[in-house]
Design a protein around this ligand. Structure first.
Ligand code: HEC
Length: 108
């Protein structure tokens, strides 16, 4: 009996996991498409543009600790300094996802 149920549970779990990685992949893809050219794949800002525009090192823990999620979202919306604003070009969901991606860039 339970042997019959197990595969269903396993499938459900697999589907849930796939959903989660899809979200994480989405976020990474968004970051790579819109942000990495200045902030770099790892958020360190060590790119040619990052250097030119003085992009923030997003992996820096001291910087991360000083910023709230709302402030990061605000930066994405408004684009401080030479950074473009994304309020019009990205959906609310995409911008919220990017806040999480930025959080995940923190270097231990
Ligand atoms: C054209 C280059 C460029 C691109 C593209 C870019 N940024 Fe920035 N970003 C900057 C610069 C420059 C700063 C520093 C601005 C300042 O403080 O004067 C910055 C600052 C930030 C900050 C810190 C703001 C603060 O409060 O200190 C965050 C967070 C950030 N960027 C996230 C992102 C995300 C997420 C993306 C992609 C959606 C992105 N950036 C795309 C150049 C860029």
């Amino acid at each position: 009996m339970s042997a019959k149920r197990l595969p269903v549970a396993a499938l459900l779990a697999a589907a849930l996991l796939a959903g989660q990685t899809a979200l994480a992949d989405d976020g990474r893809a968004l970051y790579r498409q819109y942000c990495a050219k200045c902030h770099g794949d790892e958020g360190r800002g060590k790119t040619w543009r990052g250097w030119l525009f003085r992009a923030e090192n997003l992996s820096d823990r001291t910087w991360q600790d000083k910023r709230s999620d709302a402030e990061i979202l605000h930066a994405i919306d408004k684009g401080p300094g030479a950074m473009p604003a994304y309020r019009e070009s990205l959906t609310e969901e995409q911008r919220a996802t990017l806040v999480q991606v930025v959080r995940a860039l923190v270097h231990p």
